[in-house]
Design a protein around this ligand. Sequence first.
Ligand code: ZN
Length: 645
Amino acid sequence: MNAAEVTSRSLGERTTPSLGTAVLSRRATAITDRHRSKLAIVYIRQSSTQQIFDHQESRERQYALADYAATLGWPRERIEVIDDDQGRSGRTAEHRPGFQRLIAEVTLDHVGLVLGLEISRLSRSSKDWYHLLELCAVFGTLLADQDGIYDPNDANDRLLLGLKGTMSEVELSTMRNRLERGKLHKAQRGDLILNVPCGYLKLPTGEVILEPDEQARATVQLVLDKFAELGSYGKVYRYLKRHKIYAGIRIHQGPRRGELVWRHVSRALLGRILHHPIYAGAYAYGRRQVDAKRTAANGGKVRMRAVPMSEWKVLQRDRFPAYISWERYLANQQRLGSNRSWPEAPGVPRAGAALLPGLLVCGACGRRMHAGYRSKAKPYYECMRRKLEGSSCCGLGAAAVDDLVGRQALRALEPAALELSLRAQLQINQERERLHRQWQLRLERAAQTAQRAERQYHAVEPENRLVARTLEQRWEEALRAERACQEEYDRFLQDQPRRLTDNERAQIVALANDIPKLWHAAETTAAERKEVVRLLIERVVVHVQADNERGWVEIAWRGGLTTKHEIIRSVARYESLGAYRQLLKRIRQLRREGMTIARIAKQLNDEGYRTPRSRKGYTSTSVRKLLSRCRQKAEASRASHTQTK
Ligand SMILES: [Zn+2]
């Protein structure tokens, strides 16, 4: 039985024509002992289309490839099956650890043969496929599928493999395009309506009518009218919140499908009502399209983005009953567009003086905090939720938290701190050295075992056949163990962390010495400082409470470390000072001692009492004000005292 027959029988495939048999048997001879001494890897993946058709069968056929490798002369334990990627349908190798492992093993020169069902589907993009072919050619690895064995160094095989890859990619994209085109055709007829937004109802016939419930209709009309009146998304949202207005929404899924429920108008729903063209009676398709850049950044999870109206795939006016005119709709869109003032997180560093916009998060609700510049000299951070929804979250003057974070950033860049982290890296390297020695010992032991087995085999008399056979087996096993050990060691070496050279270390330390100078230099712009902070810090969470000058800040550094710090922020009122009672007591005391008001102010400053806001410290005016408060308080308590008597 030649290899070609093995192929067709073991895989239950159609019989190969006789010419093919000749070609395939020639290919089978391409396998040499050098290939057999390395691993045979069966790469198993299920493409999503196969899953639909013959899920179970194709899986069994894929695992049968391991048997096929055995008939080609690979020992069972040297056949490895990589099936990490089952059920994944990533289009590139990036998010398929199995395919990457396959590439890594080929690169480490561990692999003699790669097997796969319809091998060109091993990868889903031509780029990955050619990369694999290229590597297999360099390392002399063969490829096999149910149709035969291919040597990527052979020009004819190479041509065939290339064609197979191209064809399977074309096939896939044809299928995808056909689906997409079908949808588009339906959309162009205006028939592709999945769900209609609140305020409309889709009948079982497919016809779309206005919501029959009068109150639900009225809510939608109110939202649209209010936008015309108030002119801003935020204002409309706050209005709806304040007046506790609910929207009537039809449930789209589940057993209660079609039922009308009443819900708060969420921010998302408000956005939909203001942006959706159906409210002006228009049918649209393709308002949102896949954002390739963000999708790639998000590990292949599809991310959409809204596209401008000129790029919509289908737009038909006057298709549905409308709440507003088309002209009103267009005007609304323009208004919404020009209102938009904050970019998506965290945005580009802007020229404003505040250090942390884009990084700062409100500790109370977890929303982002934005910098406001009501007075140019004193930027102020405010929680977005408070701004949009009027929550009770607390804002704070930028100075306190900016100073703290700036100081901490500089401290992280101090030569001493850097020296510490460089030393930590050195320790990691030493740890690795130890592991290295362990590996050396293991390798030596494996080699010794193999040598001993070999000596024993040679020592036995050839007549003593049975003993010789056992010893031969033992020798083979020892050789195999040695080889497996060596392969394992290669993998260990591969994920070696990068080491810094002495020169690099010196450069880093020298740079660190210059940083404080640069940071404080007058030529350094606010935007540059922000860039530096963003290199070091991922986000900053601020916890502050109303009427309390003390708050605390969590800094999440890049690399996973989080540190906590206390801040003293400037507050609006003396009562918010932590030391307020003590302050009043001290003033009264000093006054009793006969001190002048100006003298008291100086004394308070010397003793380190903080004022809520003023940077000048205590003055005669502020002391006088506080003294009068003391008097009022004393009188009030005396009055209530006499009343109770
Ligand atoms: Zn908040």
